[in-house]
Design a protein around this ligand. Structure first.
Ligand code: ADP
Ligand code: TPW
Ligand code: MG
Length: 581
């Protein structure tokens, strides 16, 4: 279209601006991105139009930020990348968001369709739509400017309705350059009404669940991150407290009720999993993290009945029989259950709740003494004892956590007091979520963030300390530096000069990385030094990295999940074979 002819027709708009307007119309005001052809100007224009555009150093970290933004806000987090390699870098995060049931939209620029489809070797050529499809909840491509409004609306609904997940939106570069009449363009935009409609459970499903609950002698509630995501915090708390049932929070559901709550059974986990007779699952899946509901951990096979609240009907019976499926959103189901319990609901039997409480109190006391040790160099307990107090004094802060031992110890030691204040490796146990999660947490909530990172885990996203400094975000990164993966004392079994496969440079100075970009970098050798450095960082809001020296011998291979290591299966088989001889 020539300029004269457009002048004759009145104002025009283009693909860039229609996409930006469509996002803004739906309250999507933050983009996590890495620029490049064909989306560089999309980022620039978006910033110009008042969207907050945060540029990262690697798309996977931008994607992990978008995934956590989705979890924290119930709106799809937006990640934007260039074609082929940038798209692939973002795709891991999109798959991660989908696996965790978090809403996210990955918007990637793509090359010329005609050239890509004939495989003629375009710049960054790749059939991105086809590749994304099996890895996310839905994937769409927009070819015409007048379809941008509908395309964005479809992406939003797909991401947040029902079980949330990741959506891929393919944006050919040529789409951004298309022009159309501005008034027509505005009319083509769609504001999504009620994107995640309430899903009310059927009354007979509620009655069935109540019957199972009434029959329980040793009931247990398991809260999952679906319950935290739902933001029905008061209803979840009312359900737990009205029932009087001991509860176990999954790691990201910690804080939905404060970890110090009298009904928390975290410190009696083995006991309640084994002995309970009725288990009410609230937004948690019976996947590997709960040994599929049927390992030895769960006591005798078929010894308990399950009630499960989930928005996804197909989750029911996924691993074991669910006696009372409650399909609906957490808020609606919790509220229906509370109503059905009526005014004279009998709380969980005292004999059971006091036995659980006794176990919890004993275990918490035993742990407390371990946290106050002055081992030199520090072990995990000593360092985490210090960080536990930091969060206790700052319950609004957000804790990000990844690593193996660093993750497992921190999860059980650091109490969380408020909902959605703990962000971690999620369903996959993926390393690399650290800096992306920390950045999104700071951006979306404005609260200080403490990222407790294994030295290996940190390395997956460590370059984003520059991003943290550039945006001056209130993030304190604590790197648990034990010189390696799990432990720093591995040996090269060949006797050769290469280091062990799990070892890193000894005595590395991660603190200098933060200093390189103008942030604060400190090394801590003792719990006191750690406390001082972190408290100062959390209160000043200055980007800080505390290189925390941890005994290389303190960790365990694979942390708490060594039993999943195939070597342990081989060892069991060897032991059995030996016993037969
Ligand atoms: P965890 O790892 O904490 O056990 P999972 O990610 O395995 O939690 O499970 C979360 C579950 O919550 C998923 O099955 C998902 O379908 C469900 N879910 C997510 N949002 C809601 C919601 N608003 N209402 C009900 N269920 C939800
Ligand atoms: C994307 C495998 C699990 S835990 C871990 C790796 C590499 C690092 C553990 O060492 P770290 O913690 O962080 O120093 P610590 O305290 O035990 O020493 N690649 C991806 N995800 C996973 N989970 C791995 C590899 C892994
Ligand atoms: Mg380590």
């Amino acid at each position: 279209m020539t300029e004269e002819s457009t002048a004759a027709q009145g104002p025009i708009t283009d693909g860039f601006h229609l996409l930006i307007d469509a996002l803004k119309l739906n309250g999507l005001n933050t983009i996590y991105n890495v620029p490049g052809i064909p989306i560089t100007d999309l980022g620039r224009y978006a910033q110009g139009e008042g969207i907050r555009v945060l540029s990262f150093r690697h798309e996977q970290n931008a994607g992990n930020a978008a995934a956590i933004a989705g979890y924290l806000t119930k709106k799809p987090g937006i990640c934007m990348t260039v074609s082929a390699p940038g798209f692939l870098n973002g795709l891991t995060a999109l798959a991660h968001a989908t696996t965790n049931c978090w809403p996210m939209i990955l918007i990637s620029g793509s090359s010329e369709r005609e050239v890509v489809d004939l495989m003629q070797g375009d710049y960054e050529e790749m059939d991105q739509l086809a590749i994304a499809k099996p890895l996310c909840k839905a994937a769409f491509r927009i070819l015409h400017a007048e379809d941008i409004g509908i395309g964005v609306a479809r992406a939003i609904r797909a991401a947040v309705s029902g079980r949330p997940g990741g959506v891929y939106l393919d944006i050919p570069g040529s789409l951004l350059g298309q022009v159309m009449d501005a008034a027509e363009g505005e009319k083509s935009l769609v504001k999504v009404i009620d994107p995640a409609p309430a899903q009310i459970p059927a009354p007979d499903a509620v009655a069935r669940a109540i019957e199972v609950l009434i029959s329980a002698r040793k009931p247990l509630i398991i809260l999952g991150k679906g319950a935290a995501y739902a933001q029905a915090d008061d209803l979840v708390r009312e359900l737990v407290e009205k029932s009087g049932i001991p509860y176990l929070p999954m790691s990201m559901a910690k804080g939905l009720l404060p970890d110090t709550h009298v009904q928390s059974a975290s410190a009696a986990r083995s006991m309640v999993l084994k002995e309970s007779d009725v288990v009410l699952m609230v937004g948690a899946r019976l996947n590997w993290l709960l040994s599929h509901g049927k390992s030895k951990q769960w006591g005798e096979p078929h010894s308990k009945k399950f009630i499960q609240i989930d928005i996804e009907p197909r989750e029911m019976d996924s691993n074991i029989e669910i006696a009372a499926p409650l399909v609906g959103d957490i808020g609606s189901v919790a509220s229906a259950l509370i109503d059905a319990m009526g005014d004279d609901w009998q709380k969980a039997p005292e004999e059971w709740t006091s036995a659980v409480r006794t176990k919890v109190v004993g275990n918490v006391e035993r742990m407390a003494s371990r946290l106050q040790n002055n081992s030199n160099p520090m072990d995990y307990n000593a360092a985490l004892g210090a960080l536990k107090n930091i969060i206790k004094d700052r319950p609004d802060a957000i804790l990000v956590n990844e690593g193996a031992n660093t993750l497992d110890f921190a999860r059980s030691i650091i109490d969380i007091y408020k909902p959605r204040k703990r962000l971690d490796v999620g369903t996959w146990g993926v390393m690399g979520i650290g800096m992306g999660s920390a950045i999104a947490a700071a951006v979306e909530t404005g609260k200080p963030v403490l990222a407790v990172e294994g030295d290996s885990a940190f390395g997956f996203s460590g370059m984003e300390v520059e991003t943290i400094c550039r945006y001056n975000l209130p993030i304190c990164v604590v790197v648990f530096n034990n010189n390696g993966i799990y432990r720093g004392d591995g040996v090269n079994r060949s006797g050769g000069e290469d280091p062990a496969t799990t070892s890193f440079v000894e005595g590395a100075r991660y603190d200098l990385m933060m200093q390189a970009f103008g942030g604060v970098g400190i090394t801590a050798n003792t719990p006191d030094e750690l406390t001082r450095a972190v408290a100062e960082a959390m209160d000043s809001g200055k980007p800080t990295l505390v290189n925390t020296v941890i005994d290389p011998k303190a960790g365990k291979e694979s942390g708490n999940i060594g039993s999943l290591n195939p070597t342990s299966i081989v060892a069991d088989a060897r032991a059995a074979a030996k016993a037969q001889v």
